[in-house]
Design a protein around this ligand. Structure first.
Ligand code: AMP
Length: 398
């Protein structure tokens, strides 16, 4: 595979697939620029080498072609600022005349942003002719969009076949995402604990099943823990429960036992009389929650028990909060876990946090720089840990 860091981009037009799918407010201001910031080092390396950069991305889910709301032109000003004030050119169509002309006249050191790829339905259908038109814009293809690596779209996977092996590669962000995910899944040092939380068992079954093959411990918290409690004849009041997953939960517990993987469920819970920030609360064993009450966070004993496992681990994967961390009364469990993961990291463990709300939690509690790696890929990271081949990765590796 071609190595991005040692490749010389001098006089090359690099066509980079980035993930600029950022949230915008009603006045089209970016409310979280994490994804743009994450790819700046890749852009800068190419410019420093004396190359030029053509950026392509999707934004949102436009249904019927070009829509003001989903135009990437809203990102031009901020992108220019993040690149130290250099002018960012904009093509109002990703494959039309403006894209062709602007990319053809692009000079070393210049940056061009193409309009939203998803204004063409061909992007998501993985259309070959569309991918080929995009490919013609650049001399070399760089994929830095880990967040869309699980999609077999024209710009994330299909396009790679139009570049020879020495002209396609991962960007710096993609490289570090893949490296840290591989380290956890395939090169982990034991003990390896996977902390899985969040709302639903159904979203996390595949990942838990796959982790049974490699983890030594799996901590299950958040709303999904109550399906496991009920499956084991526990009383869970009106806690979140997926009744159609009770057998799945039992199967997971049995398979874990057979494989010698220790599953840790919360012994106690913070319970509430309704789902609200000012609900009445109490502490209860997680398998004996009174009628009319629901578990909205792990309790103090469970937090201590989980933190002990985390502190003795050498590899940590964290996906999903331990409770309804958006409400102050139910964020102690998630905070305690974040603290333990940070401590274990300081003591030499490798910790990867990824997949949606656990990333929001470490950011909210100020722990993002105290863990080894915070992934930018939600769905992509989950699919990686489910054991699936990600088309965006395979297209470069093949
Ligand atoms: P997920 O996207 O599956 O990782 O789920 C994250 C969501 O799960 C967050 O919005 C949490 O508020 C929610 N959550 C965590 N614990 C619970 C719980 N015990 N009951 C209900 N929702 C929960």
């Amino acid at each position: 595979m071609t190595n991005f860091s040692t490749y010389n981009f001098s006089n090359q037009k690099a066509l980079i697939r980035v993930d600029f799918n950022v949230p915008l407010d009603a006045s089209y201001h970016i409310t979280d620029d994490t994804r743009i910031k994450a790819t700046i080092p890749t852009i800068q390396k190419i410019l420093k080498d004396g190359g030029s950069v053509i950026l392509m991305s999707h934004l949102g889910r436009p249904k019927d072609g070009p829509t003001e709301k989903y135009s990437l032109k809203h990102l031009v000003g901020h992108l220019s600022e993040l690149l130290g004030g250099i002018k960012v050119k904009f093509a109002d169509d990703c494959i039309g005349a403006s894209a062709v002309e602007l990319s053809a006249s692009l000079k070393p050191g210049e940056v061009l942003l193409l309009e939203n790829l998803r204004f063409y339905k061909e992007e998501e259908t993985g259309d070959e002719a569309f991918a080929q038109k995009l490919a013609k814009l650049g001399d070399v293809y760089v994929n830095d969009a880990f967040g869309t690596a699980h999609r077999a779209h024209a710009s994330t996977a299909v396009i790679a076949k139009y570049f020879p092996k020495n002209k396609k590669m991962f960007g710096l962000l993609m490289e570090s995402e893949v490296r840290s995910a591989e380290k956890v899944m395939h090169k982990n040092e034991k003990p390896f604990v996977a902390i899985i939380g969040g709302a639903k068992v159904s979203d996390k079954i595949l990942i838990i099943e796959n982790l049974l093959e490699t983890a030594t411990d799996i901590i299950i918290g958040g709303g999904m823990a109550y399906t496991f409690m009920k499956a084991d004849d526990g009383k869970i009041g009106k806690s979140l429960c997926e009744d159609d997953r009770l057998q799945t939960a039992l199967d997971i517990l049995q398979r874990a036992e057979a494989k010698g993987v220790c599953i840790h469920l919360p012994s106690d819970s913070i319970i509430a009389d309704n789902f609200s920030a000012d609900a009445n609360t109490s502490t209860s064993p997680s398998n004996n929650i009174p009628d009319g009450w629901m578990g909205l966070d792990i309790g103090p004993n469970a937090a201590e028990q989980f933190c002990n496992v985390i502190k003795h681990s050498k590899t940590i994967l964290w996906n999903g909060p331990m409770g309804v961390f958006e409400m102050e009364k139910f964020q102690h469990g998630t905070k305690a876990i974040a603290t333990a993961v940070a401590q274990a990291t300081q003591n030499g463990a490798f910790s990867l946090v990824g997949g949606g709300d656990s990333v929001a939690a470490v950011n909210q509690f100020g722990f993002a720089d105290k863990v080894s790696y915070v992934s930018t890929g939600g769905g992509a990271l989950l699919e990686y840990f489910e054991g699936k081949t990600l088309p965006g990765i395979a297209a470069i590796n093949d």
